[in-house]
Design a protein around this ligand. Structure first.
Ligand SMILES: Nc1ncnc2c1ncn2[C@@H]1O[C@H](COP(=O)(O)OP(=O)(O)OP(=O)(O)O)[C@@H](O)[C@H]1O
Length: 250
């Protein structure tokens, strides 16, 4: 087993002559929460989309557990355990919370086994759905329709539907976007909880959340790594401080 779950080697993405990601050598350690930060336009979303196979790199490689997945399609990557939150699992507003998780489980088992229609399988899906709701703190809301949930709880539901896909590595794109203060604390705790036994890569603008959750941080600037390390180290780095000056994220 390699120490790294995800790794990029010389990863480059050009958009019509503009290089958004330059020769990136990025490594995510097994079992860590790894944040990708940087000022606006640094290339975070592009890296995220490359890792989740939503974009095709111009050159370079992506490895998952040491295996080259550069040319493996997004759905196949998800089946292998690299799951982007909110990827396959949209929340259906008119279904209950339980039904939403069950649909995600059905999709997963349908692609894996094809025999999910039988009664006993449906019972098992209900049990598993309740377990997942327990994991994200939503078991009391199982019979509530998704539309009635608060924004933060909707996010928790989205995480439950993502967990239904049994990820080994979770990729979270700005999990705190649009969250109020109370929800931020709740979702941060949830991420910490679901990260146990998994690897989490997240792009996040909220630096106090990043400081609180991350084992390791990569700071991107103009498509390249500016600094890397634990929060205490990167936040003290003068280059990082300069990059963040006047961006509103300091
Ligand atoms: N499809 C595209 N076509 C052309 N240029 C693009 C495209 N996608 C991204 N870019 C450019 O690549 C650079 C990096 O963008 P990206 O969205 O990855 O940055 P980011 O760090 O996620 O920024 P933000 O924090 O503002 O979301 C930007 O200059 C952006 O304009």
């Amino acid at each position: 087993m390699t120490e790294y779950v995800l790794e990029t080697r010389g990863l480059t993405k050009e958009f019509k002559g503009f290089t958004a990601v330059k020769n990136l050598n990025f490594q995510v350690r097994r079992g860590s929460i790894h944040a990708l930060i940087g000022p606006n336009g640094a290339g975070k979303t592009t890296v995220f989309n490359l890792l989740t196979k939503f974009l095709v790199p111009t050159s370079g490689q992506i490895l998952y557990h040491g295996e080259d997945i550069t040319h493996v399609a997004s759905a196949a990557i998800a089946r292998r355990g690299v799951v982007r939150s909110f990827q396959i699992s949209a929340v259906f507003p008119h279904l209950t919370v339980l039904e939403n998780v069950r649909v995600a489980l059905q999709r997963h088992t349908a692609t894996t086994f094809q025999f999910w229609r039988s009664e006993s399988i449906l019972d098992r899906l209900n049990d598993r759905a309740m377990e997942l709701l327990e994991e994200v703190g939503l078991s009391a809301f199982a019979q509530v329709t998704a539309a009635e949930l608060s924004y933060g709880r909707k996010r928790a539901l989205e995480i439950a539907t993502t967990l239904a896909l049994e990820p080994d590595t979770l990729l979270l794109d700005e999990p705190m976007a649009g969250m109020g203060h109370e929800d931020i604390g709740r979702i941060a705790n949830l991420i910490r909880r679901v990260a146990k036994g998994r690897t989490v890569v997240m792009v996040e603008h909220n630096l106090s959340v990043v400081a609180d959750l991350s084992d390791r941080i990569t700071v991107l600037m103009r498509g390249e790594i500016l600094a890397e390390g634990p929060y205490s180290e990167v936040s003290a780095n003068p280059d990082v401080r300069e990059a963040y000056m006047g961006t509103g994220h300091a």
